[in-house]
Design a protein around this ligand. Structure first.
Ligand code: CTP
Length: 228
């Protein structure tokens, strides 16, 4: 692909789902991977949209990109939908919460001493899956997902590649010495639509971002999506 003809949309960081005014469900994603990708892409792609959830403050905005700050998975879903278009590469490096409290409380939930507290959660939108019908009508809309797994890395990643109809999935093992969350050297197993794998790393997240963009740009043909 010629990146100068493409918009890059990167969704990055965690989301928050509030239970009450003082508590939320989230995860420890810092947003660094997405930030490194968007930073490496500025000046290389036609334009870069960086959609970020509440991770580390220093990874929330990217100089030279259009920055969109979101908090919840619903907000991230709307932001992604608002900014994608044909001739676009979407990289979902975000870790959106998969569940949200079925009923959030307006007031702080008070504890009842000695009683267990049961929280009921409802699924949020799977952003990548929700884009499948839209992508079918566009000629050049490429999607890259991440799979952070604690076990069965390649098996789960291949399943997500197929179920979310992705062009690439980048799998990384979390909670190991080259862990995915936080600022550690990282290794990505990149699987393409044909099922072929490439290993990138171990490297810092900044280096990985450059190498991953190089890999994606080289693998996507200039005109014809069908050969991927
Ligand atoms: N993703 C998404 N919408 C969600 C959750 C995840 O688009 N509501 C994207 C992530 O940004 C990532 C990919 O889907 O690119 C895989 O996310 P991951 O959390 O690894 O997997 P899930 O689909 O949430 O499945 P599970 O939690 O069961 O592993």
């Amino acid at each position: 692909m010629n990146p100068e003809e493409f918009r890059l949309v990167v969704a990055s960081g965690p989301t928050r789902e509030w239970l009450d005014p003082v508590r939320f469900i989230s995860n420890p994603s810092t947003g660094q991977t997405g930030w490194s990708l968007a930073t490496a892409a500025v000046g290389r792609f036609r334009d870069v949209v960086f959609i970020s959830g509440p991770g580390s403050e220093r990874f929330r905005t990217v100089e030279g990109a259009s920055n969109v700050l979101v908090e919840t998975t619903a907000e991230m879903t709307s932001a992604v939908r608002d900014h994608i278009r044909d001739s676009c590469l979407l990289i979902m490096s975000a870790a959106p919460a998969d569940y949200t409290p079925t009923e959030a409380s307006d007031q702080k939930i008070k504890k009842v001493a000695g009683e267990p507290y049961t929280l009921t959660l409802s699924p949020t939108t799977d952003i990548l899956k929700s884009l499948i019908p839209l992508a079918a009508g566009w000629s050049a809309f490429y999607r890259v997902g991440f799979a952070a797994e604690t076990r069965n890395l390649e098996e789960y990643a291949r399943k997500k590649l197929a179920e979310k109809d992705l062009d690439f999935i980048c799998a990384n093992q979390v909670y190991k010495s080259e862990a995915g969350f936080g600022d550690h050297p990282n290794t990505l197993l990149v699987i393409d639509k044909k099922g072929e794998t490439s290993k990138i790393g171990p490297a810092t997240k900044d280096d990985l971002a450059v190498r991953l963009l190089d890999h994606i740009v080289a693998q996507i043909p200039a005109k014809n999506r069908a050969v991927i």
